[in-house]
Design a protein around this ligand. Structure first.
Ligand code: ZN
Length: 422
């Protein structure tokens, strides 16, 4: 096994992604999805390349906390050159290991081998770094540890915004998400200049309430998801679907069923009785939003044509499912989302690549609540067939789902357009 993996890594004709995909293919075919073998690879790795590929694969598998701890401790204790390999495992660590990682970082904060590790700690355990906030000189870390920041810090930001009217203070408030920060955004929304109103409304929405109605804009319970075999979770992904699905009006390409949530297995307080499903296709003609309504007769497309029953299978690599674990990320994640790291989420605060207003329901015209985000990147079954992040919204009274998409690509496109005008 070790030799097969080393052979793939030495193959110069393969890209990084192809290597990750081939290694996942070999490991996932083993009993226990190759968890034991992956740990063995890490314990015997003599360079960071093997350790990184193996640790990144291990990070895609649900549970296995003991194996992940064993891997991370080995990586960190044996050779700091290997530290980068541990990055993707940090989010699965229990409190005591996270505390060890923080101690290790502060033994020598200038040591760049641990900067990735501390960034991960900041993202997933921001409150643990609040006592050290003054010691970070890195503006990215300062931003990432904002969730749950103290009330006097919020007061400070409000004061500075009132004095300078610099929108960057609003962009800082949006990531704090405490009641205090939300109240501050609502209060400031009454005084911001007209051109900042849409932005601050988007911030308020992403902080937990709709600015117009003050009703909750999201579900407080937060789950993270791992893509697993169909028999490992009731929340289905990919494969066939019992009803016609949306299709591209230009190319007729059918949508993939990205995810169906089995609400009987989740504690979200939804009452419609329908299990929300989310759909997407990649046809070169981005739909912007895909809306469907769930009815007694099946699925009804809203502002989208539907197939005769055909379903796309190009975006989800197989008949899979999403295994969910409750994850106590009380105030969500801060900073712009970086897609491609297989972080899938149900409930909680949306982590946008760039802020935008939540979509409105085409039936009742009310804003829809944020419910899921499905990241791109690797799975144990191969790579997902889209870039960026898919965001799923739900109107429970109307049983309507909406799927939208953000990626870096769109950013580059709009930059190019701007250049054309100059
Ligand atoms: Zn509605």
């Amino acid at each position: 096994m070790v030799s097969k993996v080393t052979e793939i890594l030495k193959n110069l004709s393969l890209t990084v992604e192809e290597k990750a995909e081939k290694i996942a293919e070999i490991l996932s075919a083993l009993p226990d999805k190759g968890a034991e073998e992956t740990v063995r690879l890490i314990l015997n790795a003599d360079d960071y390349v093997v350790a990184t590929y193996a640790a990144n694969y291990l990070a895609l598998l649900p549970n296995l906390q003991q194996e992940k701890i064993q891997a991370i401790e080995h990586i960190l204790n044996n050779d700091k050159i290997l530290a980068i390999a541990a990055t993707n495992l940090v989010k699965a660590m229990p409190d005591d290991v996270v505390n060890q990682l923080i101690n290790k970082y502060f033994q020598n904060p200038e040591d760049s081998d641990f900067s990735n590790i501390i960034y991960e700690v900041a993202q997933w355990f921001p409150d643990k770094l609040h006592p050290f906030a003054a010691q970070f000189k890195d503006s990215i870390i300062e931003k990432v540890i904002l969730p749950g920041a103290a009330d006097n810090y919020v007061e400070d930001l409000v004061k500075k915004y009132r004095e300078e009217e610099d929108p960057q203070y609003l962009q800082t408030l949006v990531y704090i998400r405490t009641d205090k920060a939300l109240d501050a955004l609502i209060t400031l929304s009454k005084t911001v200049p007209e051109e900042d109103l849409e932005d601050i409304y988007a911030y308020i929405e992403s902080s937990g309430v709709f600015p117009e109605t003050r009703k909750a804009s999201l579900y407080w319970k937060n789950y993270r998801g791992y893509i697993v075999s169909r028999n490992e979770s009731p929340h289905q992904m990919g494969g066939s679907f019992p009803h016609p699905v949306p299709k591209c009006p230009v190319t007729d390409i059918p949508a993939n069923r990205i995810l169906t949530l089995d609400l009987s297995q989740l504690d979200l307080g939804l009452k419609s009785g329908y299990n929300p499903s989310f759909f997407w296709y990649e046809s070169g003609y981005s739909p912007g939003y895909i809306y469907v309504q769930f009815t007694e007769d099946g699925l009804k497309g809203l502002i989208t044509p539907m197939t005769d029953g055909e379903v796309g299978t190009d975006l989800i690599p197989g008949e899979l499912a999403l295994k969910l674990e409750e994850y106590p990320l009380k105030y969500g994640r801060a900073g712009e989302a970086i897609p491609g790291f297989s972080y899938h989420q149900v409930g909680g605060y949306p982590n946008w690549i760039r802020f935008e207003r939540f979509p409105s329901c085409p039936i009742c015209d009310e804003r829809m609540k944020f419910l899921v985000s499905i990241d791109s990147g690797m799975t144990p079954f191969g790579k997902l067939g889209f870039n960026g992040i898919l965001y799923g919204f739900w109107c429970d009274p109307c049983a309507v789902s909406c799927t939208s998409h953000q990626s870096y690509m769109a950013d580059f496109d709009s930059d190019e357009d701007e250049d054309d005008f100059e």
